[in-house]
Design a protein around this ligand. Structure first.
Ligand code: SF4
Ligand code: SF4
Length: 176
C-alpha cells in the first residue's frame, strides 16, 4: 500500500521526509496516492523526458517576469518550480503527504501565472508541466489562490464557472 511504504530519497527539504522514514496512515489519510500515480503514469514518458532534459542552465529564468520582479528569487525560477512540484511527484511516484502538496500549491499557483512566456532553448514546455502539476493537485481537492489580480479569472472560474465571476442571469442567460 502506497501510504505506508518506506520512502527513500535525496537531501531533506522543507516538507520532505527524511531518508528511511515512513509516512504514517495519518499523513497520507486524505491523499489518494493511487490516483496521483495513475495521473503521473498517463504522461510519464513525455514529462520524465522533459524533466531529464533540463540542464539546469537557468536560461529560462530571465524570461519569467515574476522571477525578475521578485529580485530574482530562485523560488520563482521556472525550472525550480517544475523540479519542486512535478519533478518531486515523479521522484516520489505519487507518495506524498498533504503537507507536501500544500507546499507545491504555494509554488505553482502563487509563483506562476501560466503566462507561457518562459523560454527554454531545449524546448521544455514549463507552463505545460506546471499546468499538469496543478491538475494533479486539483484531483486531491487542492486549489491555489493567486495573490495578485492576474489570477482572478482562474479563481473566479473555479468559484462560479465563469471567469468574470458574474452569474449566468447577470450575463443575460435566463437559465443562469
Ligand atoms: S527549463 Fe530549459 S532553460 Fe530552464 S533550466 Fe531547464 S534547460 Fe535551462
Ligand atoms: S508561465 Fe510561469 S514560469 Fe513561465 S514565465 Fe509565466 S509565470 Fe514565469
Amino acid at each position: 500500500m502506497w501510504g505506508v511504504n518506506t520512502v527513500s530519497g535525496g537531501a531533506t527539504e522543507p516538507g520532505q521526509l527524511k531518508r528511511g522514514t515512513s509516512m504514517s496512515l495519518e499523513e497520507t489519510r486524505s491523499v489518494d496516492t493511487e490516483k496521483i500515480k495513475a495521473m503521473l503514469d498517463q504522461k510519464k514518458a513525455r514529462m520524465k523526458l522533459c524533466l531529464a532534459a533540463c540542464a539546469s542552465c537557468t536560461l529560462c529564468a530571465e524570461s519569467c517576469f515574476l522571477f525578475m520582479s521578485n529580485d530574482k528569487d530562485p523560488h520563482y525560477m521556472p525550472s525550480y518550480k517544475v523540479t519542486n512540484s512535478l519533478g518531486k511527484l515523479y521522484k516520489k511516484r505519487g507518495r506524498v503527504s498533504r503537507a507536501i502538496l500544500e507546499e507545491m500549491k504555494e509554488l505553482i499557483w502563487k509563483n506562476c501565472v501560466l503566462c507561457g512566456r518562459c523560454y527554454c532553448p531545449f524546448g521544455i514546455d514549463i507552463p505545460d508541466m506546471l499546468s499538469f502539476a496543478r491538475s494533479i493537485l486539483r484531483s486531491q481537492g487542492i486549489t491555489g489562490v493567486y495573490p495578485h489580480s492576474l489570477g482572478a479569472p482562474e479563481n473566479d472560474y473555479l468559484h462560479s464557472q465563469n471567469q468574470t465571476d458574474v452569474s449566468g442571469k447577470e450575463e443575460g442567460n435566463p437559465g443562469g
